[in-house]
Design a protein around this ligand. Structure first.
Ligand code: AHR
Length: 637
């Protein structure tokens, strides 16, 4: 039996409970959500020619070569550029960019090719632009830019693809006799999400929007901490003209076997803090930036900023609040306004540190909290409880983290759990007895990991997703305490991932939601506003449920997870409801196969099926499929 106590409404469910965790891991930003097609167009990778290829032999009589130079650069944050030097023009010197595991183009799609350039002598040089297939065959009309002077200027042309090709390349050809300096080489799609300039890949942004996320946490994850403090994420160098943004090596620049290998993984910051805030606005989510607290990743290198040197880090946090919320008359508010957003972004929460632990973290959190509270008491502070309740006996990082966050009055505490399905089932009631007086909970990174199916690869199976659904009934039932929850990581390129499982997978042209994606979507879309207590009968083994009243629709929303293989007849009783409308809404996510996965070729093997349920009365029997998540929306008459 499932008894819904509609007569005993409980607390208010966080209106932004279900959100997304964005981290630039698995090529989530460059090569993913940020649709720039040219890799290392700024020549700032440690190997400045990485991603670029010269032919072994140059046909056509040109004599000269390419090198990387640094005299009079575009901007100090972008000190290197490409220099082509031709002693004999011939038919020019070609150089090809490989893109991010190729360049994805569809037939008829238009791109803006742009570059900053200068030449010596002025007017002596030109640049050819050619989109080619993997074998070098042209797949767009060739373009030519010319008229370069002795000073850096921006030049552009339109490239229209005549074919669909996931692994195209772009060849540029230096033409003439003299030197040609090139920087910020870009091939950017004209179609972006919400038609934003420097905007996002539409299919991926739409998948995010379809989750109806209450918040977006960005920019991570471990990348906030950085490989070391010099390579930490600093929001101020991610805004403004792209040539002013400072590229850094990605924390996930790691050596593995393909496709995990990512020695070419950098952060161009084309997707920077302005774009993150704009994304939040475009998909109706609250921004939740996480900032470096003066510590590098403790799993990597215990690099620490002395407390007496912490002020610049704290100032970054204060300035970020001004950038997001300040009037255009303030320094950082003016920067935002100059970028085309005069109004505030509505920042209400900020996270200090990611997965940090121990007294050094607590001392740094305390400093940040004191300074932010003094100036911005309206902003909620998110602290961390270390790497999560996952490290077995003797590891008290999690409980000491919580104790410290209570003592320091964090508004929310970020918990992370990457654990197997059985652990998820054991935690359905995790929050029922949490202290209601202390900080609220941010379940900031979680995912069920099904181990040992394929070495090194924990797939996004239906088994994993179903166990996440079970835990999420507990998150929602405690939606007065658990204010934010997000699956992690969010995005992964099938040819360039470092971590799995992930919520959404994509290649250069296609994308798809995993079974876990649909679980998140169900909870994000069918949340309700007030908790309704649910009582489960004695036969409810491996049956989980939560219910809510939804003020806008006037419906009772009931979610049932059946984690057993056989269909079950469930007697449902709406206590305190005299009569209901005979027809209600029904949504089912189910598969008899716990190993079922979605793939780019078969993206809807496990997907939501919407329908209706008829003949409803306040007490009725409904059969739920084996291994299923069912949503019923019922309206009291
Ligand atoms: O989500 C992947 C990583 O898991 C995050 O970067 C980190 O916060 C956690 O350890």
């Amino acid at each position: 039996d499932v008894v819904v106590r509609a007569d005993q409404p409980g607390g208010e469910i966080s209106p932004i409970l279900n959100g997304v965790f964005f981290e630039d891991i698995n090529f989530a930003a460059d090569g993913g959500l940020y649709p720039e097609r040219i890799k290392n167009g700024s020549f700032e990778f440690d190997d400045p020619m990485m991603g670029w290829h010269r032919p072994a032999l140059v046909a056509g009589g040109a004599v000269g070569g390419f090198g990387v130079a640094g005299d009079r650069p575009l901007h100090p944050n972008n000190p290197h550029f490409l220099r082509a030097r031709l002693e004999q023009a011939g038919e020019g010197l070609p150089l090809t960019n490989e893109g991010y595991r190729g360049i994805g183009v569809t037939k008829g799609a238009k791109f803006t090719f742009s570059v900053r350039a200068r030449s010596a002598p002025a007017g002596a040089m030109a640049l050819g632009v050619q989109l080619v297939g993997p074998d070098g065959t042209p797949i767009a009309a060739a373009r030519r830019l010319e008229g370069f002077t002795g000073d850096w200027k921006a030049y552009s042309c339109v490239v229209e693809s005549a074919a669909t090709e996931p692994k195209a390349r772009l060849t540029i050809v230096a033409l003439g006799k003299g030197t040609l300096d090139l920087d910020m080489v870009s091939l950017f799609p004209q179609e972006t999400f919400n038609h934003r300039p420097n905007g996002l890949r539409p299919d991926l942004a739409q998948l995010l929007k379809d989750l109806r996320p209450g918040f977006v946490r960005f920019p991570g994850g471990c990348i906030v901490e950085g490989r070391d403090l010099s390579q930490r994420y600093q929001w101020k160098t991610t805004i403004g003209d792209r040539a002013e943004r400072k590229l850094i090596m990605n924390r996930w620049n790691v050596e593995f076997d393909p496709p995990r290998n990512a020695r070419d993984y950098y952060e161009s910051m084309g997707l920077g803090f302005f774009e993150y805030f704009q994304l939040c606005e475009d998909i109706g989510a609250k921004p939740l930036p996480i900032l470096n607290c003066g510590m590098a990743c403790q799993f990597n290198l215990a690099e620490l900023v002395p407390l007496e040197d912490l002020d610049p880090y704290i100032q970054d946090a204060l300035d970020l609040i001004e950038f997001a919320n300040g009037p255009a008359t303030t320094i950082w508010g003016a920067r935002r306004a100059a970028m085309g957003h005069p109004g505030p972004f509505g920042l209400t929460m900020i996270g200090i540190g990611n997965e940090q632990w121990g007294p050094q973290y607590f001392a740094r959190f305390e400093r940040f909290a004191k300074a932010i509270r003094a100036k911005h008491p309206e902003v909620l502070l998110v602290g961390g409880a270390g790497p999560g309740p996952s490290d077995g006996p003797g590891d008290d990082r999690f409980s000491t983290g919580w104790d410290a966050m209570r003592r320091l009055n964090a508004d929310l505490v970020d918990e992370h759990f990457y654990r197997p399905p059985d652990w998820f089932y054991s935690q359905v009631n995790r929050y029922d007895n949490y202290d209601r007086k202390g900080p609220k909970v941010f379940a900031g990174e979680f995912a069920s990991h099904v181990r040992n199916k394929r070495p090194g690869f924990e797939a996004n199976t239906w088994e994993a997703a179903l166990s996440e659904a079970a835990v999420m009934t507990g998150l929602e039932r405690n939606g007065d305490l658990v204010r934010l929850a997000s699956y992690a990581p969010l995005l992964a390129h099938v040819d360039a991932w470092q971590w799995n499982p992930n919520l959404i997978w994509f290649d250069n042209l296609r994308s798809m939601g995993t079974p876990s994606y649909y679980v998140q979507q169900v909870f994000g879309t069918h949340r309700g506003t007030t908790i309704l207590p649910v009582k489960l009968g004695p036969a409810a083994e491996r049956l989980f449920a939560c219910a809510s009243a939804d003020a806008p629709s006037g419906q009772v929303v009931l979610k049932i997870v059946n984690a057993r293989p056989e269909p079950r007849d469930v007697r449902i009783r709406l206590e305190g409801v005299a009569s209901v409308e005979p027809t209600g809404e029904l949504l089912t996510l189910a598969s008899p196969d716990l190993n079922a996965v979605n793939t780019l070729d078969d993206p809807r093997r496990v997907a939501l099926v919407a329908g209706a349920v008829t003949g409803l009365v306040p007490e009725f029997v409904r059969q739920v499929p084996g291994y299923s998540l069912t949503v019923l929306r019922i309206k009291a008459a």
